[in-house]
Design a protein around this ligand. Structure first.
Ligand SMILES: [Zn+2]
Length: 175
């Protein structure tokens, strides 16, 4: 069996609240609050960079639907959608996950940070460096097409009708 806690939970079907061929949504075994859901690609990807664009689309769409379900089903006041991408960002399970964390007024969960003041020069250096990386960035719009047999080209029946018409019209013009 896999070492990955997310894959294990999927295999055991523990706390699965939604699943399809590509995406699973599970109750977090270590919830920040009641109803904390983990939305993950079914396939094991360790970091975001490895996730195909079309799966990212499905991942976020599912996270949004799950969030709506928490508002509707649990009467939560808000949700945080959180991705911990990399150990430095607090990622503990080696499987890309979107945490959908239910929030209530004054629930004491602290996901806030103290804003920092950066100098103008530092800001523009950062802007340039990031732009250098994002230029030429393209998105895959479609999921890869499943391989199907090429449809056989239809046999083109050569029809004389147009030519015949033309001939007839031409003939009519002949006095
Ligand atoms: Zn996994």
């Amino acid at each position: 069996m896999t070492d990955c806690v997310v894959c294990q939970q999927v295999e055991k079907k523990l706390g699965v609240v939604f699943e399809d061929a590509d995406i699973v949504a599970l109750l977090s075994p270590t919830p920040a609050s009641a109803g904390h859901i983990i939305v993950a690609p079914r396939q094991h990807h360790v970091i975001l960079e490895q996730v195909p664009d079309w799966i990212m689309g499905k991942l976020f769409t599912t996270a949004n639907k799950v969030s709506i379900s928490l508002f509707e089903g649990l009467g939560v006041h808000g949700t945080n959608l959180l991705i911990q991408n990399g150990a430095a960002a607090g990622q503990t399970a080696p499987h890309v996950s979107v945490h959908v964390i239910p929030r209530m007024e004054n629930d004491g969960i602290d996901l806030l940070w103290q804003p920092r003041q950066l100098g103008e020069e530092e800001m523009s250096t950062i802007e340039l460096k990031v732009k250098e990386e994002t230029k030429g960035l393209t998105l895959e719009k479609e999921p890869p097409k499943p391989k199907t047999e090429e449809p056989k080209p239809k046999k083109v029946e050569y029809s004389l009708s147009d030519e015949e018409n033309y001939l007839i019209k031409s003939l009519r013009r002949i006095p």
